[in-house]
Write a protein that binds this ligand. Structure first.
Ligand code: TXA
Ligand code: MG
Length: 541
């Protein structure tokens, strides 16, 4: 079949795409998530063409794309209140809603189900094509079944040239992972596939929202998938992908030691790796990971990689979508080379980190209090005291004994002095913390916790496989500092102001424990430990 190449930058190409679709043809179109392979959703023959072109099993239903919320009602039996609220907030955008279908939607489109998935994309070209076609468009991702989804025009050309009527170039897709699929068709709203709209965004509109177990777990043999797409092998590059669940440092040393594959890593890892790399975004930027992931998987194919070791993404926010795609690309293979988890515990002053540290210790974790290390004799050994006297004058260590008050006075007198103190003490603090980590491992602890107010500033986050942030409302943090440290209100406020914003911490977290008045810290800790233990069970050590 001759495949016409169109572009949304060429006048007339959008109406040409619309025409082809109206006639019952197939056109690959850009959307903000991934490219879709579109056909008239109401034309059974056209829709059959999609399944054929993709090699898609006919029981895997398609998403119907509309350009305006008013086009939803004819496709479904009724539009519930929840759908109206969601549409008002998230449409146009990367949210797909599943509802009982009307008779207008052929069963071929819904994969034989009584429900239909509908989404209103935000990409202007996608909307213009829907309008030009004048019909709702069924569009699965525009890849061959089983392959990674296409996020660039190049990907679409690779998979579909010669198989469909036209490909419409609209540049790269912004989000990079497919829409969030949410079913409203039975009971509590439930995420069947995570995507650009996050669990917490949905909860902020609907209250209760569940996540289908198939999102992060492998379906047991013979169990029915709520979303048929979840049961098929998916997003697979030709390479054997294994996720390495470890800190950045352990990841790098594991992959270098193996030396037999590609590193599907984060940008920060690249300088340290001795094997060829394909980075997918950076460690604390789930949106960038989502944007890059599918292209990185395509890259692995292009270079003919046989084996790839992937960094474990965070599962928070859009990270859940990244993890969901990557774990399928990896056919659920996860390894933890050290068999331990190192959890970095941090957050703004006064948020109540030590309370959480205490609970973790009671639950059998090995907790290293970095503040305590900072003041410990192991850091202020005789060589350190000598350097401090040299830098700040002999008065800070009269007769070889540290005068903390004098040191504080001199070291905090200027930015330069503070930096000097850091240069002398930081390497020693970090060495001592690492020693303690080794001791914890040697004692057989499986969960080690680094309680460190300056986890990120010190670079110790590179020793952590997970980040736990404790946060509390500013008023509460202020009250706690006042109670604890006996400062004036002005002094306490200026200490709070001198710190990075809570967002600096929470944006990097795998978990955030809200420790405001009346918070259930125990149950929050319980939940995250359960997560960690459950993950251990699913990991090949
Ligand atoms: O972002 C996206 O959603 C992209 C772009 C092109 O819009 N489309 C997309 O479609 O990802 P597709 O076909 O690759 O994935 C649709 C997913 C599949 O997992 C399918 O099983 C599920 O949605 N799905 C569709 N209709 C369903 C239904 N009625 N009930 C349960 N799951 C459904
Ligand atoms: Mg797909």
């Amino acid at each position: 079949m001759e495949t016409l190449l169109l572009s949304d930058r060429c006048a007339g190409d959008i109406s040409r795409a619309g025409e082809i679709l109206r006639r019952g043809g197939l056109v690959a179109i850009p959307t903000e998530t991934v490219y879709g392979l579109a056909a008239n959703a109401l034309d059974e023959e056209a829709v059959k063409g999609i399944y054929r072109a993709k090699g898609r099993p006919s029981d895997n239903p398609l998403i119907v794309h509309i350009s305006h919320v008013s086009q939803l009602a004819p496709l479904v039996r009724e539009v519930p209140e929840a759908a109206k609220r969601l549409a008002a907030v998230f449409w146009p955008g990367p949210l797909t809603m599943i509802l009982p279908k009307s008779d207008l939607v052929p069963r071929t489109t819904s994969g034989g189900l009584d429900t239909v998935a509908v989404r209103c994309p935000s990409h202007p070209t996608a909307r213009a094509v829907i309008d030009a076609a004048g019909v709702p468009l069924a569009a699965p991702s525009a890849n061959l079944s089983g392959r990674p989804s296409p996020t660039t025009f190049c990907h679409v050309q690779e998979d579909l040239t010669g198989r469909v009527d036209a490909l419409l170039d609209g540049g790269d897709c912004a989000v990079g992972v497919e829409s969030t699929v949410l079913t409203l068709a039975q009971g509590t709203p439930r995420i069947l596939r995570p995507g650009g709209v996050t669990l917490s965004q949905l909860r902020s509109v609907l209250g209760e929202v569940e996540v289908d177990p198939a999102v992060v777990h492998q379906l047991e043999e013979g169990r029915r998938a709520a979303s048929p797409g979840m049961k098929y092998k998916h997003y697979s590059p030709a390479a054997d992908v294994v996720i390495v669940d470890a800190s950045p440092e352990e990841y790098v040393s594991f992959v270098n030691r193996k030396g037999d594959g590609w590193a599907l890593c984060f940008e920060e890892d690249v300088p340290f790796l001795q094997v060829p790399t394909v980075p997918y975004g950076s460690r604390y930027d789930s949106s960038a990971q989502a944007h890059r992931l599918f292209d990185a998987l395509h890259c692995l194919d292009q270079v003919g990689a046989k084996k790839a070791y992937a960094r474990m993404p965070s599962k928070r926010g859009v990270g859940l979508a990244v993890f969901n795609r990557l774990i399928r690309a990896a056919a659920f293979q996860v390894v933890n080379p050290t068999g331990v988890q190192v959890v970095g515990l941090t957050g703004p002053t006064g948020a109540g980190k030590s309370t959480v540290g205490k609970v973790l210790r009671e639950r059998g974790c090995y907790v290293i209090d970095c503040d305590q290390v900072t003041r410990s004799a192991q850091v202020y050994d005789s060589a350190c005291l000598e350097e401090l006297s040299g830098a700040f004058g002999p008065e800070v260590c009269p007769c070889g004994v540290l005068n903390r008050a004098e040191l504080a006075k001199r070291a905090f007198a200027s930015e330069e002095a503070r930096n000097r103190l850091g240069e002398i003490t930081f390497p020693r603090i970090i060495r001592r913390v690492r020693q303690l980590l080794e001791e914890g491992r040697a004692q057989g602890f499986k969960i080690l916790v680094l309680d460190a107010p300056t986890l990120f500033e010190s670079g110790l986050d590179s020793a952590c496989s997970r980040i736990l942030v404790v946060d509390a409302p500013k008023e509460e943090r202020l009250a706690r500092i006042l109670r604890r440290d006996g400062l004036t209100k002005e002094a306490a406020l200026s200490r709070l102001e001198a710190q990075p914003s809570p967002d600096f911490y929470t944006s990097k977290a795998d978990w955030v424990v809200e420790n405001g008045p009346g918070a259930e810290v125990n149950s929050a800790v319980e939940t995250l430990l359960r997560d960690l233990l459950e993950e251990r069970e699913n990991t090949c050590l």
